[in-house]
Design a protein around this ligand. Structure first.
Ligand SMILES: NC(=O)c1ccc[n+]([C@@H]2O[C@H](COP(=O)([O-])OP(=O)(O)OC[C@H]3O[C@@H](n4cnc5c(N)ncnc54)[C@H](O)[C@@H]3O)[C@@H](O)[C@H]2O)c1
Length: 265
């Protein structure tokens, strides 16, 4: 049944949180209660209340918590929020590549009336992928292409001199489980693809360092009973965080607004 109002608390108060707050400010059906931040961020400029403890956030009695902070926040807060019976939207989905954490989150939700909601984030086509899974899928692959230096720091390119890559080079080919561990910066999209489709072990991931590309691009391909689908994305980064695609906040917003909309699409 459609909710009359959603009382929203955020975990994290960065680029994604800022965009969500700006977008819902005119929506009378969504109220922002505040954000849970790191203790050192408590004195940051903010139009809404900030707290640094889960207990203080739960005291606001939100009916939806949106995590937009990072993998450590999923680790620290997901299970207790769900155990308190509060729906939780997780955007740092790569954290769920950790099987133990995934099971812990699933159990916490199953043991309460709360739901875990996983938005499409930076990806398009997740709706079709989930629908195709129900119909029957045989193959799912994700190819991510970024400028060489965008892969810097990942354990998967240790020892690779990225500055010397002068033509497109496949730096990883394997499954989503290995990809999430070796390339944590790509973990969110790989994990979203895996969870929406055929799982971490069967999802193929190909990562390419390409000096010719300016934007991060992803190609999601899936094949099965309903046919062959190929979706290509070249997203624009968020104005406040170049590592985050602009689309991410809007995919969260879409799911928040669906809770209170008379027509859902
Ligand atoms: N699913 C996707 O496709 C996708 C796409 C982009 C980003 N993300 C995820 O969203 C997260 C947030 O993105 P952003 O652009 O808003 O980042 P950001 O760096 O602008 O903001 C995140 C804020 O959360 C804070 N934070 C970190 N850990 C915290 C914790 N344990 N408790 C409270 N606050 C904490 C940070 O200090 C920072 O202020 C990223 O870390 C990434 O994991 C997911």
């Amino acid at each position: 049944m459609r909710q009359q109002e959603t009382r929203l608390a955020l975990i994290g108060n960065g680029a994604i949180a800022g965009e969500i707050i700006r977008c819902v400010s005119g929506n009378d059906s969504v109220s922002i209660l505040g954000a849970l931040v790191l203790p050192e961020e408590l004195d940051m400029l903010s139009d809404h209340p900030l707290v640094s403890s889960l207990k203080d956030m739960l005291a606001w009695k939100p009916d939806l918590v949106v995590e937009c902070a990072g993998h450590s926040a999923v680790n620290d807060y997901a299970a207790p929020v769900l155990a308190a019976g509060i729906d939780l939207m997780i955007i740092s989905i790569g954290a769920l590549a950790d099987k133990e954490l995934y099971n812990q989150v699933k159990e916490a939700a199953s043991g309460s009336s709360a739901q875990v909601i996983l938005p499409a984030g930076a990806l398009a086509g997740v709706d079709g992928l989930v629908a195709a899974r129900r119909a029957g899928l045989t193959r799912v692959s994700l190819t991510s292409r970024k400028p060489p230096l965008a892969w810097a720091g990942a354990p998967g390119v240790e020892g690779v001199v990225l500055e010397e890559i002068c033509e497109e080079t496949v730096i990883f080919f394997g499954n989503a489980e290995q990809a999430a561990l070796m390339f944590p910066k790509n973990a969110n999209v790989a994990a979203t693809t895996a969870l929406a489709g055929i799982g971490f072990e069967k999802t193929q991931v190909r990562l390419i360092a390409d000096p010719a590309v300016k934007r991060n691009t992803h190609v999601l391909e899936f094949e099965g009973k309903p046919g062959l689908y190929k979706i290509e994305m070249a997203g624009i980064p968020s104005a406040d965080n170049p590592k985050t695609s602009m689309l991410t906040a809007y995919n969260i917003l879409r799911m928040i607004e669906q809770r209170v909309s008379a027509i859902v699409i």
